[in-house]
Ligand binder design. Structure first.
Ligand SMILES: Cc1cc2nc3c(=O)[nH]c(=O)nc-3n(C[C@H](O)[C@H](O)[C@H](O)COP(=O)(O)OP(=O)(O)OC[C@H]3O[C@@H](n4cnc5c(N)ncnc54)[C@H](O)[C@@H]3O)c2cc1C
Length: 369
């Protein structure tokens, strides 16, 4: 049996902790917030990816096709499928044509049919070339948290909230982990530490004197809106360029609204040899000015009745991706076993269902049972 510390109580930390505990390990999760899954695992578009979103990365699309049914079946109580998802193609600035998109769906084996006339009537034909009916769902992050909490209890995982992990150092055959809770600093010992802190992976590395992992961060705004009645059971994504997505956000009664051009407000990178900037500090100090009016002004050119959306609020998060995802929009996992220290492993998934790829890599590389 190993003593395992999981740093970060997002979906990745929770799922991994449960799986490691089920293998007979003694697992503790440390989460700096008062609530589990309150950061990127909540502040996102809630899309269970089924491949459509990645015509420029066939590998990400195919991995999504494999993970989608597994995630939907494992977490069926959290899945919102009671809406129809449409992918729209715009020749205006779009990077993919209708023909290419249809062929791409064929290649990855994803349903894609021409949408009915009543749906096509919603779009401005001068801006949209094609409308496809697809199969894509959304997940309810709050329900997912409740399910994971029950599962963690059954698996005997300990959870320490309001606890910031500030440093990891070598200690004998294992690791000494410094934890800070309400100003009181403690030390715990572990055979393995899993760094599942998403936008803050490098915070722990920096404070532990370990080489940073190159990552790119964006300060993102997800708008939550009430859509008009005729769009309530509809999700829409315009592909593939400076467009937008609007789809049900199941943990509220609203839709999430994101725009490729306006959702990211600014960006920065963690790069080797450059001063590190703590993403939590940037998040705390960010002056938030919503870009909603720009998003909706643009989107209603494609779907005029979107002008009837009632803006409710915005939720903000630092989105973290691998530098190479910038060019092809891919969402591979990051897995760095024994990074800088034997027993310290860094894990990040570019999307929720990547958890299965992450777990597979952990099981392949690290002996833990
Ligand atoms: C705007 C946006 C839209 C997205 N849309 C989608 C989508 O539609 N579908 C999809 O599948 N994915 C989407 N994603 C990606 C998805 O949100 C992430 O892949 C996933 O949530 C990452 O989970 P996580 O557990 O790694 O991170 P998080 O949920 O952020 O968890 C990390 C946790 O670590 C904690 N932490 C940080 N530092 C410390 C520390 N030192 N000590 C203790 N705790 C610490 C944080 O408080 C946090 O709770 C989106 C992301 C963003 C930002």
């Amino acid at each position: 049996m190993n003593n395992i510390v999981v740093v970060g109580g997002g979906f990745f930390g929770l799922y991994l902790a449960e799986q490691l505990a089920l293998k007979g390990n003694d697992v503790t999760i440390f989460e700096k917030s008062p609530l589990l899954m309150s950061r990127a695992s909540y502040v996102n578009q809630a899309r269970v990816h089924n491949g459509y979103h990645y015509p420029r990365s066939i590998l990400t699309a195919l991995r999504s096709r494999v993970s989608f049914p597994r995630f939907v079946s494992e977490f069926q109580d959290c899945i919102e499928s009671d809406f129809q998802k449409y992918y729209l193609i715009s020749g205006h600035l779009g990077k993919v044509t209708a023909d290419q998109f249809k062929r791409f769906c064929g290649r990855i084996g994803a349903d894609c049919e021409e949408a009915p006339a009543k749906v096509k009537q919603l779009v401005n034909p001068a801006m949209i070339d094609a409308v496809f009916t697809t199969t894509e769902f959304a997940f309810d992050s709050h329900k997912l948290r409740t399910i994971m909490l029950e599962r963690l209890q059954v698996a005997n995982v300990k959870i320490m909230l309001n606890t910031d992990v500030t440093q990891v150092m070598p200690a004998g055959n294992g690791l000494s982990v410094q934890v800070n809770s309400a100003g009181s600093v403690d030390e715990v010992f572990a055979d393995h530490v899993f760094n599942c802190t998403y936008s803050r992976i490098n915070y722990l590395l920096e404070s532990s004197g370990i080489e940073l992992i190159p990552l790119k961060h964006e300060m993102t705004e997800m708008c939550l809106v009430e859509v008009p009645d005729h769009l309530k059971k509809i999700g829409i994504t315009v592909m593939c360029g400076p467009f937008f997505s609007v789809m049900p956000f199941p943990s509220t009664a609203w839709h999430s609204f994101s725009h490729v051009r306006y959702t990211p407000h600014y960006q920065w990178s963690d790069a080797l040899g450059e001063d590190y900037q703590d993403s939590q500090k940037r998040y705390d100090e960010d002056e938030r000015h919503s870009a909603w009016r720009y998003m909706i002004a643009d989107a209603q050119r494609y779907i005029p009745s979107l002008s009837e959306c009632q803006y409710q609020k915005s939720i903000w998060e630092v989105k973290t991706i691998l530098p190479r995802s910038d060019s092809d929009d891919s969402r591979p996992i990051l897995f760095k076993p024994n990074h800088g220290l034997r027993g310290l492993h860094c894990i990040m998934g570019g999307k929720i269902d990547n958890i299965y790829d992450a777990l597979q890599e952990v099981e392949r590389v690290i002996e833990l049972s």
